[in-house]
Design a protein around this ligand. Structure first.
Ligand code: FES
Ligand code: FES
Length: 172
């Protein structure tokens, strides 16, 4: 990483969802704020700002990270992926997004981008997880609306543990 004076502006270049982007900012700028305020990628949400709620989760080089605990400079020259990357052409939902839709797994949606980005990484590495493993990863996310039943049902469907049409059970 570059050595810079704390009062100096730095230009940070990275690849965001497949596009090269760069912007000038302060050395201490968090990746979450850099994405939202400098690059306009507002799909990444910011809640607790200290690594607890999980809603700011993005991927750097394919690994899920809390962007509120990551300096923007740490993402320099790396590939950052956010929730905006998930849908296909014309906004077609991917399998995980569709499962969330099928099971009404969100209400306000504030927590959703982080959960989607965590599980995009997790399911890529663990294509056949157990329900317990899904619960374990979901434990790193706080949702204040759903009661988690719909989210678990969606995750189980996306992981192939249930069928699309299986009832969700309790929702909110
Ligand atoms: S805003 Fe990053 S974990 Fe809560
Ligand atoms: S859907 Fe509102 S916080 Fe999770």
């Amino acid at each position: 990483m570059r050595r810079v004076n704390k009062d100096q502006k730095v230009r940070i270049s990275l690849t965001l969802n497949g596009r090269k982007m760069s912007a000038e900012t302060e050395p201490r700028m968090l990746l979450s704020d850099f994405l939202r305020h400098s690059l306009g990628a507002t799909g990444t949400h910011v809640g607790c700002e200290h690594g607890v709620c999980g809603c700011c989760t993005v991927q750097i080089d394919g690994t899920a990270v809390r962007s509120c605990l990551t300096l923007a400079m740490q993402a320099e020259d790396r590939a950052v992926t956010t929730v905006e990357s998930l849908a296909g052409p014309g906004g077609t939902l991917n399998k995980l997004q569709q499962a969330f839709r099928n099971h009404h797994a969100l209400q306000c949606g504030f927590c959703t981008p982080g959960i989607l980005m965590s599980f995009t990484d997790f399911l890529a590495r663990n294509p056949k997880p157990t329900e317990e493993e899904l619960r374990d990863v979901l434990g790193g996310h706080i949702c204040r609306c759903t009661g988690y039943a719909g989210i678990m049902a969606a995750l189980k469907e996306a992981a192939g543990l249930t069928n699309t049409n299986e009832p969700t059970g309790a929702k909110s």
